[in-house]
Design a protein around this ligand. Structure first.
Ligand code: S3P
Length: 430
């Protein structure tokens, strides 16, 4: 539990935690490579640490000193069959990408997770992997615990698959299974989702009539390379919004990944009138990185289009907070998938807005929010529902209130951002 008081302003410079999506992938791809890789700036957050423990259970030697991780990759055929169920904790990315690797590598295993992960659908990966010849036993045919039963003779059947929903986890899961097929497995992606898997594995991407086609097979060379994980844009988004809505705010965020498939929230904030400056561009293992400075500005309303949703899916909770402080009526639709994240994030955000006294309407796939530039949130008790992004959104909202608010299970921020509460103190003391 944390108490948050109305804060006068936020000022200063902080460094963003390592990107969760890239950290997971760097560890997995290093484990799949033939030889040793060093990963700099690996995340201490709970989810990426879970990925390390899962691969240790598969016989991969992984050492960590501070934020430097050394992985002795075992190649495609070097994983050992785990003796016990593999615990994916709270991490959907770990569970879904790991399932693709195990299915491809022909390793029989059972995945388990915490209550939240055990209530998230796995059908979206079981359906395509079944077409590749892999079988499953899942609770109620959909949920963890999930037993992966490899294809007969341990060879996946290559296939062409058009993603029915824009999901980087589903895309990556299939492509990782496809690494073990004798012929190319092709994933067709009509709406682009985060492309870290393609970038870090240097996968060929063809674009035709607005659809991306990405393929893998045994011929795909898994690069033996060192990694340096950029700061997490999804963590930066909390401060970008805070910088816009806290009077006189002036916040610099260092070392933030600005891959265009991740930064839709920044573009949306800019069109709402945000004052965001990007400096110090550089490249880290094919991922662009920069510093960002955000200063208080008067926001105006916007409608987020359904096609923008996949590239700001994790930022919609905090964008909803921004909308509450913008002049006019804002909305987003086409975000039904938010109901299948670490919590039902549409219901969870609705509860935050209700607690703070925001005027809004909840739809099955989005929210319509009546903003007010002079809004002061009512002091409230917020449930994080053990969802890190809900806890952090609640914190930013609570700081713009007239009194003391309480955030329950506030330590769940450590799932992606262990220093979140420290950074809030640093910025509010300057
Ligand atoms: C992720 C993809 C997204 C995102 C999640 C991380 C990834 O999930 O919400 O936090 O690293 O691939 P979906 O693929 O389910 O949209």
């Amino acid at each position: 539990m944390k108490q948050v008081f109305g804060l006068t302003s936020l000022k200063g410079a902080i460094t963003m935690p390592p990107d969760k999506s890239i950290a997971h992938r760097s560890a997995m791809f290093a484990a799949l490579a033939d030889g040793e890789s060093v990963i700099e700036n690996y995340s201490m957050a709970a989810d990426p640490q879970t990925t390390l423990s899962c691969f240790r259970q598969l016989g991969v030697n992984i050492e960590q000193t501070g934020t430097t991780v050394t992985v002795k990759g075992v190649g495609r055929s070097g994983f050992s069959r785990p003796e016990a169920p593999i615990d994916c904790g709270n991490s959907g990315t770990t569970a879904r990408l790991l399932t693709g690797i195990l299915a491809g590598a022909g390793i029989e295993a059972t995945l388990v997770g915490d209550d939240s992960l055990s209530s998230r659908t796995m059908r979206r990966i079981m359906a395509p992997l079944s077409q590749m010849g892999v079988s499953f036993e899942a609770r109620d045919g959909d949920f963890l615990p999930l037993r992966i039963i490899p294809a007969s003779d341990h060879r996946v059947i290559p296939m062409e698959y058009s993603l029915p929903i824009p999901s980087a986890q589903v895309k990556s899961c299939i492509l990782l299974a496809g690494l073990f097929g004798s012929e190319p497995t092709v994933v067709a992606e009509p709406v682009v989702s985060r492309d870290h898997t393609e970038k870090l594995l240097n996968l060929p991407v063809l674009e035709k009539d607005g659809v991306r086609y990405i393929s893998t097979s045994t011929d795909t060379e898994i690069p033996l390379q060192n990694y340096s994980v950029p700061g997490d844009f999804s963590a930066a988004a909390f401060w970008l919004v805070a910088g816009c809505i806290y009077p006189n705010a002036d916040i610099t965020l260092k070392n933030v990944g600005i891959n265009p498939t991740r930064t839709a929230a920044m573009n949306i904030l800019k069109r709402m009138g945000a004052d965001i400056e990007i400096t110090n561009h550089s490249l880290r293992v094919s991922e662009p990185v920069a510093d960002m400075t955000v200063r208080f500005s008067q926001l105006h309303a916007t409608d987020i289009l359904p096609e923008e949703v996949p590239n700001c899916i994790d930022e919609l909770p905090i964008l909803s907070v921004a909308m509450a402080f913008a002049q006019g009526v804002s909305s987003f639709r086409g975000a039904e998938d938010l109901r299948h994240k670490e919590s039902d994030r549409l219901a969870a955000v609705a509860a935050l807005l209700r607690g703070a006294g925001v005027d809004f309407e909840e739809h099955h796939d989005g929210l319509t929010i009546q903003g007010n530039p002079g809004f002061v949130a009512a002091p409230a008790t917020y449930e994080s529902l053990h969802d890190h992004r809900i806890a952090m959104s609640a914190a930013i909202l609570a700081g713009r209130s007239s009194g003391k608010s309480v955030i329950k299970d506030a330590s769940c921020t450590a799932i992606s951002y262990p220093r979140f509460w420290d950074d809030l103190s640093v910025l509010s003391e300057m």
